[in-house]
Design a protein around this ligand. Structure first.
Ligand code: NAP
Length: 429
Protein backbone atom coordinates (compact mmCIF):
# COMPACT_ATOMS: atom_id res chain seq x y z
CA UNK A 1 0.00 0.00 0.00
CA UNK A 2 1.87 3.03 -1.24
CA UNK A 3 1.41 6.32 0.50
CA UNK A 4 -0.52 8.87 -1.50
CA UNK A 5 1.42 11.62 0.18
CA UNK A 6 4.69 10.08 -0.98
CA UNK A 7 3.44 9.94 -4.54
CA UNK A 8 2.67 13.68 -4.51
CA UNK A 9 6.15 14.46 -3.15
CA UNK A 10 8.18 16.42 -5.68
CA UNK A 11 5.20 16.77 -8.05
CA UNK A 12 4.13 19.97 -9.79
CA UNK A 13 0.35 20.24 -9.72
CA UNK A 14 -1.85 22.46 -11.92
CA UNK A 15 -5.26 23.43 -10.55
CA UNK A 16 -8.02 25.36 -12.31
CA UNK A 17 -10.78 26.85 -10.17
CA UNK A 18 -8.44 27.08 -7.17
CA UNK A 19 -10.17 30.23 -5.93
CA UNK A 20 -13.53 28.41 -5.81
CA UNK A 21 -15.11 26.42 -3.00
CA UNK A 22 -13.71 23.00 -3.90
CA UNK A 23 -10.48 24.30 -5.41
CA UNK A 24 -9.50 26.03 -2.16
CA UNK A 25 -10.08 22.83 -0.18
CA UNK A 26 -7.99 20.92 -2.72
CA UNK A 27 -5.12 23.41 -2.40
CA UNK A 28 -5.31 23.29 1.40
CA UNK A 29 -5.40 19.50 1.57
CA UNK A 30 -2.41 19.14 -0.74
CA UNK A 31 -0.37 21.64 1.24
CA UNK A 32 -1.29 20.13 4.61
CA UNK A 33 -1.27 16.43 3.87
CA UNK A 34 1.33 16.28 1.09
CA UNK A 35 3.89 18.71 2.49
CA UNK A 36 6.55 17.58 0.03
CA UNK A 37 4.54 18.50 -3.04
CA UNK A 38 6.85 20.66 -5.14
CA UNK A 39 4.52 23.45 -6.29
CA UNK A 40 0.88 24.20 -6.92
CA UNK A 41 0.33 26.20 -10.11
CA UNK A 42 -3.09 27.79 -9.97
CA UNK A 43 -4.88 29.49 -12.87
CA UNK A 44 -6.39 32.73 -11.56
CA UNK A 45 -8.02 35.73 -13.21
CA UNK A 46 -8.24 39.29 -11.89
CA UNK A 47 -11.75 39.90 -10.57
CA UNK A 48 -13.91 42.57 -8.95
CA UNK A 49 -11.18 45.22 -9.05
CA UNK A 50 -8.58 42.89 -7.52
CA UNK A 51 -5.45 41.82 -9.35
CA UNK A 52 -4.53 38.16 -9.57
CA UNK A 53 -1.88 38.50 -6.82
CA UNK A 54 -4.23 40.40 -4.50
CA UNK A 55 -6.81 37.64 -4.88
CA UNK A 56 -4.31 34.92 -4.12
CA UNK A 57 -2.97 36.82 -1.09
CA UNK A 58 -6.51 37.24 0.20
CA UNK A 59 -7.26 33.60 -0.37
CA UNK A 60 -4.26 32.51 1.67
CA UNK A 61 -5.42 34.63 4.63
CA UNK A 62 -8.61 32.55 4.74
CA UNK A 63 -9.30 30.65 7.97
CA UNK A 64 -9.30 27.47 5.89
CA UNK A 65 -5.49 27.66 5.78
CA UNK A 66 -5.00 28.11 9.55
CA UNK A 67 -3.85 24.53 10.13
CA UNK A 68 -1.36 24.69 7.25
CA UNK A 69 -0.14 28.06 8.48
CA UNK A 70 0.52 26.62 11.94
CA UNK A 71 2.80 23.93 10.56
CA UNK A 72 4.37 25.92 7.73
CA UNK A 73 3.98 29.72 7.87
CA UNK A 74 5.72 29.94 4.47
CA UNK A 75 3.23 27.66 2.71
CA UNK A 76 2.40 30.43 0.22
CA UNK A 77 5.80 29.91 -1.41
CA UNK A 78 4.50 26.67 -2.92
CA UNK A 79 1.62 28.44 -4.63
CA UNK A 80 2.43 29.84 -8.07
CA UNK A 81 -0.42 31.88 -9.58
CA UNK A 82 -0.70 31.92 -13.36
CA UNK A 83 -2.84 34.61 -14.92
CA UNK A 84 -5.62 33.05 -16.97
CA UNK A 85 -9.13 33.87 -18.16
CA UNK A 86 -10.66 30.61 -19.20
CA UNK A 87 -13.16 32.14 -21.63
CA UNK A 88 -10.40 33.74 -23.73
CA UNK A 89 -8.58 32.08 -26.63
CA UNK A 90 -5.65 30.01 -25.36
CA UNK A 91 -7.09 30.56 -21.86
CA UNK A 92 -5.22 33.90 -22.02
CA UNK A 93 -2.08 32.27 -20.65
CA UNK A 94 1.12 34.05 -21.67
CA UNK A 95 3.59 32.16 -23.94
CA UNK A 96 6.16 32.16 -21.09
CA UNK A 97 3.64 30.58 -18.73
CA UNK A 98 2.64 28.02 -21.36
CA UNK A 99 6.31 27.12 -21.66
CA UNK A 100 6.63 26.74 -17.87
CA UNK A 101 3.49 24.65 -17.53
CA UNK A 102 4.20 22.34 -20.44
CA UNK A 103 7.68 21.64 -19.15
CA UNK A 104 6.97 20.97 -15.49
CA UNK A 105 3.40 19.91 -14.68
CA UNK A 106 2.87 16.32 -13.52
CA UNK A 107 -0.82 16.30 -12.67
CA UNK A 108 -3.80 18.53 -13.52
CA UNK A 109 -7.03 18.99 -11.54
CA UNK A 110 -9.68 20.77 -13.59
CA UNK A 111 -12.19 22.24 -11.11
CA UNK A 112 -13.13 25.51 -12.82
CA UNK A 113 -16.68 25.79 -14.13
CA UNK A 114 -19.73 27.92 -13.92
CA UNK A 115 -22.02 26.18 -11.46
CA UNK A 116 -24.96 28.56 -11.97
CA UNK A 117 -27.94 26.46 -12.96
CA UNK A 118 -29.49 29.26 -15.00
CA UNK A 119 -26.34 30.45 -16.78
CA UNK A 120 -27.08 31.49 -20.37
CA UNK A 121 -26.20 28.54 -22.59
CA UNK A 122 -23.51 30.37 -24.56
CA UNK A 123 -21.57 31.26 -21.44
CA UNK A 124 -22.01 27.85 -19.82
CA UNK A 125 -20.79 26.26 -23.05
CA UNK A 126 -17.83 28.63 -23.25
CA UNK A 127 -16.63 27.88 -19.75
CA UNK A 128 -17.67 24.31 -19.10
CA UNK A 129 -17.01 22.89 -22.56
CA UNK A 130 -14.80 25.12 -24.73
CA UNK A 131 -12.43 25.99 -21.86
CA UNK A 132 -12.14 22.27 -21.07
CA UNK A 133 -11.24 21.64 -24.72
CA UNK A 134 -8.62 24.37 -24.64
CA UNK A 135 -7.19 23.12 -21.37
CA UNK A 136 -6.91 19.64 -22.84
CA UNK A 137 -5.00 21.03 -25.83
CA UNK A 138 -2.54 22.60 -23.39
CA UNK A 139 -2.39 19.43 -21.32
CA UNK A 140 -1.55 17.38 -24.45
CA UNK A 141 1.65 19.39 -24.74
CA UNK A 142 2.76 18.69 -21.17
CA UNK A 143 5.90 16.63 -21.32
CA UNK A 144 5.76 15.11 -17.83
CA UNK A 145 2.05 14.75 -17.32
CA UNK A 146 0.97 11.67 -15.41
CA UNK A 147 -2.75 12.29 -14.87
CA UNK A 148 -5.59 14.65 -15.77
CA UNK A 149 -8.50 14.74 -13.30
CA UNK A 150 -11.71 16.38 -14.45
CA UNK A 151 -14.37 17.42 -11.92
CA UNK A 152 -17.81 16.79 -13.32
CA UNK A 153 -21.11 16.37 -11.45
CA UNK A 154 -23.22 13.37 -10.49
CA UNK A 155 -26.12 15.20 -12.16
CA UNK A 156 -24.48 15.46 -15.61
CA UNK A 157 -26.77 12.57 -16.60
CA UNK A 158 -29.72 13.42 -14.37
CA UNK A 159 -32.06 12.61 -17.25
CA UNK A 160 -31.39 8.95 -16.29
CA UNK A 161 -32.61 7.31 -13.09
CA UNK A 162 -29.75 4.83 -12.80
CA UNK A 163 -26.32 6.26 -13.45
CA UNK A 164 -23.32 4.04 -14.04
CA UNK A 165 -19.69 5.05 -13.86
CA UNK A 166 -19.44 5.44 -17.62
CA UNK A 167 -19.32 8.39 -19.98
CA UNK A 168 -22.69 8.37 -21.71
CA UNK A 169 -23.17 9.49 -25.32
CA UNK A 170 -23.61 13.28 -25.31
CA UNK A 171 -27.01 14.90 -25.92
CA UNK A 172 -25.46 16.47 -29.03
CA UNK A 173 -22.03 16.30 -30.64
CA UNK A 174 -20.19 19.12 -28.77
CA UNK A 175 -18.40 20.38 -31.88
CA UNK A 176 -21.67 20.73 -33.80
CA UNK A 177 -23.23 22.73 -30.99
CA UNK A 178 -20.18 24.96 -30.57
CA UNK A 179 -20.11 25.68 -34.32
CA UNK A 180 -23.83 26.46 -34.45
CA UNK A 181 -23.98 28.69 -31.39
CA UNK A 182 -20.95 30.66 -32.53
CA UNK A 183 -22.85 32.61 -35.16
CA UNK A 184 -26.17 32.82 -33.32
CA UNK A 185 -27.44 35.89 -31.60
CA UNK A 186 -27.78 35.60 -27.80
CA UNK A 187 -31.55 36.07 -28.03
CA UNK A 188 -31.91 33.20 -30.51
CA UNK A 189 -29.76 30.95 -28.30
CA UNK A 190 -31.96 31.90 -25.37
CA UNK A 191 -35.10 30.96 -27.34
CA UNK A 192 -33.82 27.55 -28.40
CA UNK A 193 -32.17 26.64 -25.08
CA UNK A 194 -35.16 24.68 -23.68
CA UNK A 195 -35.29 22.60 -26.88
CA UNK A 196 -31.57 21.94 -26.77
CA UNK A 197 -31.33 20.94 -23.11
CA UNK A 198 -34.31 18.62 -23.64
CA UNK A 199 -34.94 16.42 -20.61
CA UNK A 200 -32.19 18.01 -18.52
CA UNK A 201 -33.32 20.73 -16.11
CA UNK A 202 -30.70 23.39 -16.82
CA UNK A 203 -27.70 24.54 -18.87
CA UNK A 204 -25.32 23.48 -16.06
CA UNK A 205 -26.06 19.74 -16.20
CA UNK A 206 -26.28 19.89 -20.00
CA UNK A 207 -22.87 21.50 -20.48
CA UNK A 208 -21.25 19.30 -17.82
CA UNK A 209 -22.44 16.25 -19.79
CA UNK A 210 -20.91 17.73 -22.96
CA UNK A 211 -17.67 18.43 -21.08
CA UNK A 212 -17.36 14.76 -20.10
CA UNK A 213 -17.67 13.84 -23.77
CA UNK A 214 -15.00 16.39 -24.72
CA UNK A 215 -12.68 14.94 -22.07
CA UNK A 216 -13.21 11.49 -23.53
CA UNK A 217 -12.76 12.64 -27.14
CA UNK A 218 -9.58 14.61 -26.46
CA UNK A 219 -8.00 12.29 -23.94
CA UNK A 220 -5.73 10.65 -26.53
CA UNK A 221 -3.00 8.87 -24.62
CA UNK A 222 -3.55 10.79 -21.39
CA UNK A 223 -4.36 9.05 -18.11
CA UNK A 224 -7.72 10.50 -17.24
CA UNK A 225 -10.28 10.24 -14.45
CA UNK A 226 -13.61 11.95 -13.98
CA UNK A 227 -14.98 12.72 -10.51
CA UNK A 228 -18.73 13.15 -10.22
CA UNK A 229 -19.74 14.57 -6.83
CA UNK A 230 -23.42 15.06 -6.01
CA UNK A 231 -24.32 18.15 -3.95
CA UNK A 232 -21.14 19.31 -2.24
CA UNK A 233 -21.65 20.72 1.24
CA UNK A 234 -19.58 21.93 4.20
CA UNK A 235 -16.58 19.92 5.37
CA UNK A 236 -17.15 16.88 7.56
CA UNK A 237 -13.77 16.80 9.35
CA UNK A 238 -10.99 18.52 7.44
CA UNK A 239 -9.38 20.90 7.98
CA UNK A 240 -12.10 21.40 10.59
CA UNK A 241 -15.79 20.50 10.65
CA UNK A 242 -18.34 22.73 8.97
CA UNK A 243 -16.15 24.87 6.71
CA UNK A 244 -17.97 26.38 3.74
CA UNK A 245 -17.57 29.67 1.84
CA UNK A 246 -20.82 30.00 -0.09
CA UNK A 247 -24.59 29.91 0.07
CA UNK A 248 -25.02 27.81 -3.06
CA UNK A 249 -27.72 25.17 -3.23
CA UNK A 250 -28.92 23.51 -0.03
CA UNK A 251 -26.27 25.27 2.13
CA UNK A 252 -27.96 28.60 1.41
CA UNK A 253 -31.36 27.06 2.00
CA UNK A 254 -30.27 25.78 5.44
CA UNK A 255 -28.94 29.19 6.46
CA UNK A 256 -32.12 30.89 5.24
CA UNK A 257 -34.13 28.39 7.31
CA UNK A 258 -31.90 29.02 10.33
CA UNK A 259 -32.45 32.76 10.00
CA UNK A 260 -36.19 32.13 10.03
CA UNK A 261 -36.50 33.54 6.50
CA UNK A 262 -37.26 30.32 4.67
CA UNK A 263 -40.37 28.75 6.20
CA UNK A 264 -41.36 26.39 3.43
CA UNK A 265 -39.77 24.51 0.60
CA UNK A 266 -41.02 22.14 -2.07
CA UNK A 267 -39.38 18.72 -1.87
CA UNK A 268 -40.40 15.12 -1.57
CA UNK A 269 -39.96 13.91 2.02
CA UNK A 270 -38.93 10.48 0.76
CA UNK A 271 -36.42 11.69 -1.84
CA UNK A 272 -32.75 11.34 -0.98
CA UNK A 273 -30.87 14.59 -0.46
CA UNK A 274 -27.55 13.48 -1.89
CA UNK A 275 -25.23 15.78 0.01
CA UNK A 276 -21.53 15.04 0.24
CA UNK A 277 -19.00 16.88 2.40
CA UNK A 278 -16.35 18.79 0.48
CA UNK A 279 -13.44 17.11 2.30
CA UNK A 280 -14.70 13.66 1.25
CA UNK A 281 -14.85 14.78 -2.40
CA UNK A 282 -11.37 16.27 -2.25
CA UNK A 283 -9.88 13.19 -0.56
CA UNK A 284 -11.40 11.04 -3.30
CA UNK A 285 -10.09 13.43 -5.97
CA UNK A 286 -6.52 13.25 -4.65
CA UNK A 287 -6.68 9.49 -4.25
CA UNK A 288 -8.04 9.19 -7.81
CA UNK A 289 -5.15 11.36 -9.05
CA UNK A 290 -2.67 8.99 -7.44
CA UNK A 291 -4.47 5.87 -8.73
CA UNK A 292 -4.77 7.22 -12.28
CA UNK A 293 -1.10 8.13 -12.49
CA UNK A 294 0.20 4.94 -10.91
CA UNK A 295 -2.18 2.33 -12.40
CA UNK A 296 -2.81 4.06 -15.72
CA UNK A 297 -6.22 2.44 -16.38
CA UNK A 298 -6.78 1.68 -20.09
CA UNK A 299 -9.93 3.80 -20.24
CA UNK A 300 -10.90 6.86 -18.24
CA UNK A 301 -12.34 5.84 -14.88
CA UNK A 302 -15.42 7.69 -13.71
CA UNK A 303 -16.01 7.98 -9.95
CA UNK A 304 -19.59 8.66 -8.88
CA UNK A 305 -19.01 10.41 -5.58
CA UNK A 306 -22.40 10.22 -3.87
CA UNK A 307 -23.87 9.27 -0.50
CA UNK A 308 -27.41 8.09 -1.29
CA UNK A 309 -26.44 4.46 -1.86
CA UNK A 310 -24.25 4.28 1.26
CA UNK A 311 -25.94 6.48 3.81
CA UNK A 312 -29.22 7.86 2.48
CA UNK A 313 -30.48 11.05 4.04
CA UNK A 314 -33.96 12.16 3.03
CA UNK A 315 -35.35 15.65 2.60
CA UNK A 316 -37.93 14.80 5.26
CA UNK A 317 -35.13 14.08 7.76
CA UNK A 318 -33.39 17.31 6.80
CA UNK A 319 -36.40 19.28 7.95
CA UNK A 320 -36.13 17.72 11.40
CA UNK A 321 -32.32 17.94 11.72
CA UNK A 322 -31.93 21.46 10.39
CA UNK A 323 -34.75 22.81 12.54
CA UNK A 324 -33.63 21.12 15.74
CA UNK A 325 -30.01 22.24 15.15
CA UNK A 326 -31.01 25.87 14.74
CA UNK A 327 -33.36 25.72 17.68
CA UNK A 328 -30.48 24.48 19.86
CA UNK A 329 -27.93 26.89 18.32
CA UNK A 330 -29.83 29.95 17.11
CA UNK A 331 -28.20 32.14 14.47
CA UNK A 332 -27.62 35.81 15.16
CA UNK A 333 -30.10 38.42 13.91
CA UNK A 334 -32.75 35.93 12.85
CA UNK A 335 -35.74 37.37 10.98
CA UNK A 336 -38.13 34.98 12.70
CA UNK A 337 -37.96 31.88 14.87
CA UNK A 338 -36.80 29.00 12.59
CA UNK A 339 -39.71 26.79 11.64
CA UNK A 340 -39.68 25.49 8.09
CA UNK A 341 -41.75 22.72 6.65
CA UNK A 342 -41.17 20.71 3.53
CA UNK A 343 -44.09 19.79 1.32
CA UNK A 344 -44.45 18.13 -2.04
CA UNK A 345 -47.94 19.55 -2.56
CA UNK A 346 -47.93 22.54 -4.91
CA UNK A 347 -51.04 24.19 -3.45
CA UNK A 348 -49.91 23.83 0.17
CA UNK A 349 -46.52 25.19 -0.85
CA UNK A 350 -48.10 28.24 -2.53
CA UNK A 351 -50.25 28.81 0.56
CA UNK A 352 -47.19 28.86 2.87
CA UNK A 353 -45.27 31.06 0.43
CA UNK A 354 -48.08 33.60 0.70
CA UNK A 355 -48.71 33.33 4.44
CA UNK A 356 -45.20 32.71 5.76
CA UNK A 357 -43.01 34.48 3.21
CA UNK A 358 -44.76 37.21 1.22
CA UNK A 359 -47.10 38.53 3.88
CA UNK A 360 -44.42 38.97 6.62
CA UNK A 361 -42.08 40.46 3.98
CA UNK A 362 -44.70 43.04 3.01
CA UNK A 363 -45.30 43.99 6.64
CA UNK A 364 -41.59 44.23 7.35
CA UNK A 365 -40.93 46.33 4.23
CA UNK A 366 -43.80 48.62 5.22
CA UNK A 367 -42.19 49.04 8.64
CA UNK A 368 -38.83 49.82 6.97
CA UNK A 369 -40.46 52.38 4.67
CA UNK A 370 -42.28 54.07 7.57
CA UNK A 371 -39.07 54.29 9.54
CA UNK A 372 -37.29 55.92 6.59
CA UNK A 373 -35.28 52.88 5.56
CA UNK A 374 -35.01 51.10 2.24
CA UNK A 375 -37.37 48.10 1.89
CA UNK A 376 -35.42 44.89 1.34
CA UNK A 377 -37.33 41.85 2.54
CA UNK A 378 -39.43 41.30 -0.60
CA UNK A 379 -36.26 41.47 -2.69
CA UNK A 380 -34.61 38.85 -0.47
CA UNK A 381 -37.66 36.58 -0.76
CA UNK A 382 -37.77 36.93 -4.54
CA UNK A 383 -34.15 35.79 -4.73
CA UNK A 384 -34.82 32.95 -2.31
CA UNK A 385 -37.84 31.76 -4.30
CA UNK A 386 -35.75 31.75 -7.47
CA UNK A 387 -33.02 29.71 -5.73
CA UNK A 388 -35.39 27.12 -4.27
CA UNK A 389 -37.23 26.94 -7.60
CA UNK A 390 -33.96 25.94 -9.29
CA UNK A 391 -33.40 23.25 -6.65
CA UNK A 392 -36.89 21.74 -6.95
CA UNK A 393 -35.95 19.31 -9.70
CA UNK A 394 -33.24 17.86 -7.44
CA UNK A 395 -35.25 17.85 -4.21
CA UNK A 396 -38.26 16.05 -5.59
CA UNK A 397 -36.77 12.91 -7.11
CA UNK A 398 -34.25 10.13 -6.54
CA UNK A 399 -31.28 8.82 -8.49
CA UNK A 400 -29.35 5.62 -8.14
CA UNK A 401 -25.62 5.94 -8.71
CA UNK A 402 -23.33 2.99 -9.17
CA UNK A 403 -20.20 3.49 -7.06
CA UNK A 404 -18.04 0.47 -7.92
CA UNK A 405 -15.02 2.58 -8.82
CA UNK A 406 -15.24 4.54 -5.59
CA UNK A 407 -15.41 1.24 -3.68
CA UNK A 408 -12.51 -0.14 -5.70
CA UNK A 409 -10.46 2.94 -4.82
CA UNK A 410 -11.37 2.56 -1.14
CA UNK A 411 -10.16 -1.05 -1.26
CA UNK A 412 -6.78 0.22 -2.48
CA UNK A 413 -6.36 2.40 0.58
CA UNK A 414 -4.91 1.30 3.87
CA UNK A 415 -6.81 1.71 7.12
CA UNK A 416 -4.85 4.89 7.72
CA UNK A 417 -5.98 6.46 4.46
CA UNK A 418 -9.61 5.62 5.17
CA UNK A 419 -9.46 7.12 8.65
CA UNK A 420 -7.39 10.06 7.75
CA UNK A 421 -8.43 12.42 10.53
CA UNK A 422 -7.12 10.66 13.58
CA UNK A 423 -4.20 9.15 11.71
CA UNK A 424 -3.48 12.08 9.47
CA UNK A 425 0.24 12.20 10.14
CA UNK A 426 0.66 8.52 9.33
CA UNK A 427 -1.54 8.61 6.28
CA UNK A 428 0.10 11.37 4.42
CA UNK A 429 3.66 11.20 5.62
N1 NAP B 1 -20.39 22.80 -5.51
C1 NAP B 1 -21.07 21.72 -5.80
O1 NAP B 1 -22.06 21.37 -5.14
C2 NAP B 1 -20.61 20.83 -6.93
C3 NAP B 1 -21.25 19.60 -7.10
C4 NAP B 1 -20.84 18.76 -8.12
C5 NAP B 1 -19.81 19.14 -8.95
N2 NAP B 1 -19.22 20.36 -8.78
C6 NAP B 1 -18.14 20.71 -9.70
O2 NAP B 1 -16.99 21.02 -8.93
C7 NAP B 1 -16.21 22.03 -9.56
C8 NAP B 1 -15.93 23.14 -8.58
O3 NAP B 1 -17.16 23.67 -8.10
P1 NAP B 1 -17.18 24.79 -6.96
O4 NAP B 1 -18.38 24.56 -6.13
O5 NAP B 1 -15.86 24.87 -6.31
O6 NAP B 1 -17.44 26.09 -7.86
P2 NAP B 1 -17.09 27.63 -7.54
O7 NAP B 1 -16.92 27.85 -6.09
O8 NAP B 1 -18.09 28.44 -8.27
O9 NAP B 1 -15.67 27.83 -8.24
C9 NAP B 1 -15.56 27.94 -9.61
C10 NAP B 1 -14.11 28.21 -9.96
O10 NAP B 1 -14.00 28.37 -11.38
C11 NAP B 1 -13.32 29.58 -11.65
N3 NAP B 1 -13.76 30.24 -12.87
C12 NAP B 1 -15.04 30.48 -13.25
N4 NAP B 1 -15.05 31.18 -14.39
C13 NAP B 1 -13.75 31.39 -14.73
C14 NAP B 1 -13.10 32.05 -15.81
N5 NAP B 1 -13.80 32.62 -16.79
N6 NAP B 1 -11.75 32.07 -15.84
C15 NAP B 1 -11.04 31.52 -14.85
N7 NAP B 1 -11.58 30.86 -13.81
C16 NAP B 1 -12.92 30.80 -13.75
C17 NAP B 1 -13.70 30.48 -10.50
O11 NAP B 1 -12.77 31.54 -10.46
P3 NAP B 1 -13.18 32.99 -9.90
O12 NAP B 1 -12.93 32.90 -8.41
O13 NAP B 1 -12.25 33.88 -10.61
O14 NAP B 1 -14.62 33.23 -10.24
C18 NAP B 1 -13.60 29.52 -9.33
O15 NAP B 1 -12.26 29.37 -8.94
C19 NAP B 1 -17.01 22.46 -10.78
O16 NAP B 1 -16.49 21.79 -11.89
C20 NAP B 1 -18.42 21.97 -10.50
O17 NAP B 1 -19.11 21.67 -11.68
C21 NAP B 1 -19.59 21.20 -7.78
Amino acid sequence: MASISQWYAGKNVLITGATGFMGKVLVEKLLRSCPDVKALYILVRPKAGQSMSERVQDMMKCKLFDRVREVNPDFHQKIIPISSELTEPGLAISPEDVQTLTSCINIVFHCAATIRFDEPLKHALQLNVIATQQLLSLVQQMQHLQAFIHISTAYANCNRRHIDEVIYPPPVEPKKLIDSLEWMDDSIVCDITPHLIGDRPNTYTYTKALAECVVQQQSGKLNIAIIRPSIVGASWQEPFPGWIDNFNGPSGVFIAAGKGILRTMRASNDAVADLIPVDVVINLTLAAGWYTAVHRPKTALVYNCTTGGINPFHWGEIEHHVMSTFKRNPLEQAFRRPNANITSNYLIYQYWILVSHKFPALIYDLFLRLSGQKPQMMRIFNRLHKAIGLLEYFSSQDWEWNSDNMNMLMSQLSFNHKHSKSKEKKVFS
